[in-house]
Design a protein around this ligand. Structure first.
Ligand SMILES: *Cc1c(COP(=O)(O)O)cnc(C)c1O
Length: 309
């Protein structure tokens, strides 16, 4: 099967030796798309699953990979896009994201979390009255088409590299659900460890299970770990910051919001001995823009030495 968005697989020999395991990364941050993340594959598949549309509405944080990727795709296709955003519009990094939306021809509004749904509904009905064929794309692209697309590419990657264990950042769970369904279709079945970036197990497992079911595996066991969330979405502590530094110092760009939490979990599992001698695949979901946002907000002190892992 020809893959629309082939994920490059990079062996990470030096970093793997440092951690005592055979390590590779599935690099969705390197898909051929501006500021790429896994969302590229999910959103492209979701848009392809819709009937003819000429306008889309969605929601997300100001720096959201979901919103930025959708704005790019809408501009490519000549579809109108309206973004209902939450966050702090006056922060330097937010201003860069908002600027990009404007360059892409998207419109947006920044609202309080409790007003997101009504803002979406209002824009949809306005556009419908203007006879536009409008689709509302679920936040984070947690949709059946996205989960199936993540599954299809993961089957190809798992067949190619043969991991024993796969570690991935998990938010709404669409990516993890796809990976879990892929694991059920290859032999031997790898263990898929989802590292929550926001939700606790109680809230987070259901949406992962739903995504796995959409991708054809309703009964798969779900390993969704919530002990690496630090302060919640977009917040992180020292251990995650150290994992981010370890990645960068080995040429692997990570961010605190998504990939750094997953990579920190991977290093913890490695240090506990659980991964000894295993072939471990780190599914890199993207996040360079998230890193840049935090770096702009918090530049390093001049002259301060970075510790090396
Ligand atoms: C959205 C996103 C995730 C989480 O994906 P879900 O399908 O919501 O679990 C992980 N990493 C990055 C960089 C993302 O943008």
């Amino acid at each position: 099967m020809i893959s629309q968005w082939p994920t490059p697989i990079h062996e990470l020999g030096r970093l793997g030796r440092h951690l005592g395991l055979t390590l590779a990364a599935a690099r969705d941050d390197l898909l051929s798309f501006p500021l790429a993340s896994s969302k590229v594959r999910g959103l492209d598949a979701h848009l392809a699953s819709l009937r003819t549309i000429d306008a889309v509405v969605t929601n997300g944080g100001i720096d959201s990979n979901h919103c930025r990727t959708l704005a790019f795709m809408a501009a490519e296709r000549g579809i109108a896009v309206h973004l209902v955003l939450h966050g702090e519009p006056d922060e330097v990094a937010s201003r860069a994201s908002l600027r990009i939306y404007t360059e892409l021809g998207a419109t947006y509004e920044v609202v309080a979390p409790e007003d997101i749904q009504s803002a979406i509904d209002l824009r949809r009905s306005d556009w419908k009255q203007a006879c536009r064929r409008v689709a509302v794309v679920p936040g984070g692209c947690h949709t059946p088409a996205a989960a199936a697309a993540y599954r299809d590419e993961a089957i190809r990657v798992f067949d190619d590299w043969g991991p024993d264990v796969v570690v991935v950042a998990s938010g709404t769970g669409a990516i993890q659900g796809g990976l879990v369904a892929a694991a059920a279709q290859v032999a031997p079945t790898p263990r898929v460890v989802g590292i929550s970036v926001a939700r606790d197990v109680g809230r987070g497992v259901g949406p992962v299970r739903a995504a796995a079911a959409w991708a054809g595996s309703p009964d798969a066991a779900i390993e969704f770990r919530d002990e690496f969330r630090d302060g919640g979405y977009g917040r992180w502590g020292k251990a995650t910051a150290r994992a981010v530094e370890l990645g960068w110092s080995h040429g692997l760009p990570l961010d605190g919001t998504y990939t750094g939490k997953a990579f920190r979990a991977l290093t913890d599992l490695a240090h506990s001995g659980e991964l000894k001698g295993r072939r471990v695949l780190f599914w890199h979901t993207g996040g360079l823009w998230n890193y840049l946002s935090s770096a702009i907000a918090d530049p390093p002190t001049p002259g301060r030495k970075r510790s090396r892992g």
